[in-house]
Design a binder for this molecule. Sequence first.
Ligand code: SF4
Ligand code: SF4
Length: 186
Amino acid sequence: MEYLTHCTRCPDSVHCCKNIRELGFVSVSVEEARKIKELTGQAFNEFLDFGPLPRETIRACTEDNKGSEGELRMAQMDGGRILRLKTAPTGDCIFLKGRKCTIYGGRPGICRIYPFWYRQKNGEMDVTLYERPSDCSVSKASEEKPPLSFQEKEEILSQARLLEAQRNLPKAVVRQFVEENRISCL
Ligand code: SF4
Ligand code: SF4
């Protein structure tokens, strides 16, 4: 699982778990949120956010191509909101502590798949690599030693299928979950 462990070697300056507030957000499904609650013992409203996304983030999603993450997020967005992890005052993911993900075993699907993504081609899903900064150690490694192993590809594709399954889930389900658990909408 060579490519899937490269993020642990990533420099802080480009690390995807850092400065998330500037880069975007870490979306979570209701099911993923339940797993995180179980793992951490925290209440949902301690780690989830349903506040309005910044306009520039929404704009970036609308400008993304078909089949991209932005397009998937637009399909899930509800009045400019999406269920996501909170960020710390530093802008880092709330679960990043001393360069380590404290919920690694239960991290959301988007964290499991990144910086890979997927595309539909002739009715089949294939794996692609996001365009990342030159310091991204996954990008570097994949330039030096492509391709992914069969096992790595399968793991990414199984996450991709889970992400796709979330595309058309009724927004009312998330709304109800947010209201019942008093998740911040500010
Ligand atoms: S995907 Fe690339 S830039 Fe992001 S944390 Fe991993 S190695 Fe760093
Ligand atoms: S949940 Fe873990 S892997 Fe995902 S952004 Fe937060 S610290 Fe990084």
